[in-house]
Ligand binder design. Structure first.
Ligand code: ADP
Ligand code: MG
Length: 511
């Protein structure tokens, strides 16, 4: 940087727009980030936060708009240019080389090539100084693969500081951290700010915004709703801005006609890494109803779904069709399927599919013991292929090629394949997490219709989504989770975004 204008803001974005196909990811975004502040950017999933930051970091080029760094208009065609402009990015999924040491990773930047102009011993000294100055303790000689996620994140931050970043962008940095690790990160970020650095924190967690930011910008559906001083706002206010009041794309469905109780959850608890994630959940589901679990991500919804799906353990009691489920880990996802529980997991890339396997193999995944797919002790691959072909046609998967590896389908089409696999056998209970994350608009409507159709055939559906719009339009009843608790359950037809938004922020209204 050629000497910034001293009073100028660290960053000013003017009229940034970016479109992906039919999706307007950013529309005329204007935001100013003063130097030496922690600036939050909050918004629901898909609001356009990562796109905006990717433009700032030179990953995407804006269709329109200007970027000013330190008061100077700056072109950022690639990440090298971003680094030259003093911008460092801490990625949501770290880009460290696992079998290299901390020091090697810091010197051999993945994006801007090796920085071998300095010797390793000099680099080590710089690294040790930075670690000390900013409270980022890590062993320079440790292998990345041996470090905890929290420590790997520190290496990412050190890497940016080593490149003399004045502006640090962190995209959902606490998603991968335990709460104590998150607290530690916040102490580091405050330290950075107090030494004059500018920090941009992208998150969808209200609590983090309130805890450490100086200012906060709210994004919704590609637009900048506004920027306020954090001291002048409240979680309830932010929740309302995030969620918005725009007309919903309502799902066309008749009122539910719930039947018998199928699922009874009593005092369900779960502790992970010494942290209580579920603090006594009670919930009942009936046939023919869709129960939506609303909440800001990370409040226990995922854990609840994982226990029900047989991929995590818990304590307490879950009765499915009157039979007690084993929560100790002896039953897995396949046992649950045999009990009539289908599961479309939230993290489909890790739990839902095997990326390198063909579509038909993924359709068989979890169901390959079924008699229809077996010939003697072997699975009947021809039958599986034919079956996948039919499912692909019904679910309009593109391209409809059962032999194509899953990784070659778009996110939306991957999701359709999983949804087809889980729904087409009409389970008694469908667990579905973030059903439309990364899914294009046409496919969203289709998946929603399938969920309602399944309900109308008498299944119970437990839906987890961080998209409040989706929960409200799809569910018959909505339970709001906050901090491992169910804050309350509401009738979807009579509640509103404001009421749910407040509950999501942990605010209890005294009725
Ligand atoms: P956020 O970070 O707030 O969750 P993103 O910026 O990742 O949101 O996404 C905003 C919108 O742009 C979403 O609808 C998303 O699906 C879409 N999008 C993001 N990146 C791409 C891409 N590379 N190609 C197509 N669509 C994209
Ligand atoms: Mg994002």
């Amino acid at each position: 940087m050629a000497g910034p204008v001293s009073s100028a803001p660290a960053i000013e974005l003017r009229g940034i727009s970016k479109r992906f196909g039919t999706v307007q990811a950013n529309r005329d975004i204007c935001v100013t980030v003063p130097r030496g502040t922690i600036h939050g950017i909050i918004g629901e999933n898909g609001a356009g936060k990562s796109t905006l930051m990717s433009i700032l970091y030179g990953f995407y080029r804006a269709d329109e708009g200007e970027i000013l760094i330190g008061g100077r208009e700056t072109h950022i065609p690639d990440s090298q240019a971003a680094i030259r402009a003093g911008i460092g990015m801490v990625f949501q999924h770290f880009k460290l080389v696992q079998n290299f040491t901390v020091l090697e990773n810091i010197v051999l930047g993945a994006e801007d090539g090796p920085r071998l102009s300095t010797s390793l011993s000099k680099a080590r000294r710089i690294l040790i100084d930075l670690s000390r100055d900013y409270g980022l303790e890590v062993d320079p000689d440790a292998l990345i693969e041996d470090l905890s996620v929290g420590h790997q994140q520190r290496v990412e931050i050190l890497k940016a500081l080593y490149r003399q970043a004045e502006i640090l962008i962190l995209d959902e940095p606490t998603g991968v951290l335990t709460p104590p690790e998150a607290d530690h990160l916040f102490r580091i970020l405050r330290g950075l700010r107090d030494q004059g650095k500018t920090v941009i924190l992208i998150t969808h967690k209200l609590r983090e915004i309130m805890a450490i930011t100086d200012n906060v910008s709210v994004m919704r559906r590609g637009e900048m709703v506004g920027t306020v001083a954090t001291a002048n706002t409240t979680p309830a206010d932010l929740a309302e801005r995030m969620v918005g009041r725009k007309v919903l794309l309502r799902v066309d469905k008749a009122p539910a006609t719930p039947g018998e109780t199928i699922l009874e959850i009593r005092d369900l608890r779960m502790t992970e890494d010494g942290i209580e994630r579920l603090k006594g959940i009670n919930l009942t589901l009936r046939r023919g109803e869709i129960m939506g679990l609303a909440g800001v991500a990370g409040n226990g919804q995922s854990e609840l779904l994982a226990i029900l799906g047989g991929i995590a353990r818990g304590t307490g009691s879950i009765r499915m069709k009157g039979r007690e489920l084993d929560l100790t880990g002896r039953e897995d996802g396949q046992d649950r399927r045999a009990q009539g529980i289908a599961h479309v997991p939230e993290d489909r890339q890790h739990l839902g599919v095997i990326m390198d396997f063909a579509a038909w193999e993924n359709v068989a995944f979890g169901y390959h013991h079924d008699a229809a797919y077996r010939r003697g002790v072997f699975s009947d691959n021809a039958a599986l292929r034919a079956d996948t072909n039919a499912k692909m046609e019904r679910f309009d998967v593109r391209p409809p090629n059962p032999d194509l590896a899953i990784k070659h389908f778009s996110g939306g089409n991957q999701q359709k394949i999983i949804v087809a696999r889980e729904m087409e056998r009409v389970p008694d209970l469908l667990l579905i997490g973030q059903p439309t994350r990364g899914v294009d608009i046409g496919a969203i409507e289709f998946i929603h219709k399938q969920i309602v159709a399944l309900r109308d055939r008498g299944a119970a559906v437990l839906l987890v989504s961080v998209e409040l719009d989706e929960v409200m339009s799809l569910s018959d009843r909505v339970a709001v989770m906050f901090d491992g608790h169910i804050m309350g359950t509401r009738d979807a037809a009579t509640t509103n975004e404001r009421e749910l938004g407040l509950m999501m922020a942990g605010v209890t209204e005294t009725a």
